[in-house]
Design a binder for this molecule. Structure first.
Ligand code: AVJ
Length: 322
């Protein structure tokens, strides 16, 4: 088996402190909100993996279809020696890029980066076992904070897949693209997956599936508050809502109180009151148009060299270069 190492840029105490601050800020706001990254503990990551197999949740399948068709071309065009994957999770679709990169010969290093150390070490080990000769260097970090330590031999290809960019607000997206741009040298690459604007029915179904898996995923943030901050909240007191905001062109997930509630959160020194029907915004998932993606990347100093979609034009994949 090839060499695996994991660099940890954030530890458990730091993470709990950050959760505490996010909860204090978000749940004291006029319109309550929580950052979507707090969905992803072990249970939340498992629920997300189940979402990706649901009939209504098309983005994973659509992106996989594009990667299947284009990985060889991506390897050839970029000549990447290092593949960096941001928010790698289980790194399942990445295997298509690894297969093509290693078959072509140029790819020698894989750098998966994720906030979850458990998800990261499991997938890093599995990939190292399956790709002898590939050096795997996992990084535990929050890619919204700092990226200045990204390792790897140039030219690097940074992959940010799954449409996770849609979880950022527009200003956060601009900041993120600029920070990726600033760690890359001229000639290096960004591969970006973006879910596309489509009819409201398809979008809402993808975020409110018939089996209720997405509802359970949404409520998982309440389980996280119970576990890590001792919140006395019963997740079942909140309804899952998936709302399509037509102006902003994003799906907003909410947790809506079924009745008036008082939630005590000792770990954050906070007591939060909810009126009946009051909600917490737990995620935005923005949907894109091709010209918008191109313009946002151009603003950060990237040129889009290729734009691909699946046959049904549900999802877009951009290959951009500094
Ligand atoms: C993993 C962030 C791409 O926004 O579609 C799935 C998360 N939320 N169902 C998305 C998610 C609800 C997903 N991303």
């Amino acid at each position: 088996m090839s060499e695996v190492s994991i660099d940890v840029h954030r530890d458990g105490a730091e993470v709990t402190e950050e959760l505490r601050q996010d909860v204090r800020e978000g749940l004291s706001a006029e319109v309550k909100w929580l950052p979507s990254k707090w969905f992803y503990d072990v249970r939340g990551s498992e629920l997300f993996d189940r979402i990706t197999t649901l009939p209504e949740y098309y983005p994973t399948r659509a992106e996989r279809e594009i990667l299947r068709a284009r990985s060889a071309e991506i390897a050839a065009v970029t000549g990447a020696r290092t593949l960096v994957e941001l928010g790698s999770g289980s790194s399942e679709k990445t295997r298509l890029l690894l297969d093509a990169g290693t078959a072509g010969g140029a790819l020698t290093q894989f750098v998966p980066l994720d906030v979850s150390e458990s998800a990261l070490s499991a997938s890093a080990e599995a990939i190292a076992a399956d790709y002898p000769g590939l050096s795997v260097r996992g990084v535990v970090a929050d890619f919204t904070e700092h990226l200045d330590f990204l390792p790897g031999t140039a030219p690097r290809l940074v992959a940010f897949l799954g449409g996770t960019i849609g979880n950022f607000l527009p200003a956060e997206r601009a900041k993120f693209f600029t920070s990726v741009r600033s760690v890359l040298a001229e000639g290096e690459w960004l591969l970006l997956g973006t879910d596309l604007v489509k009819d409201a029915g398809t979008l809402v179904a993808a975020y409110d599936d018939a089996q209720g898996v997405t509802a359970e995923f949404n409520r998982n943030v309440l389980h996280v508050l119970r576990t890590h901050l001792g919140a006395d909240v019963d997740p079942i007191e909140f309804d899952h809502v998936a709302h399509w905001d037509e102006q902003q062109e994003w799906i907003e997930m909410r947790l809506r109180a079924r009745r008036p509630l008082t939630v005590r959160i000792p770990g954050a020194d906070l007591t939060v009151r909810f009126e009946e029907g009051e909600y917490v915004r737990t995620e935005i998932s923005a949907k894109f148009r091709p010209e918008g993606v191109r313009a946002e990347l151009a603003d950060a100093g990237f040129a889009v060299r290729h734009w691909w979609t699946d046959a049904q034009q549900r999802f877009g994949l951009s290959l951009a270069q500094v």
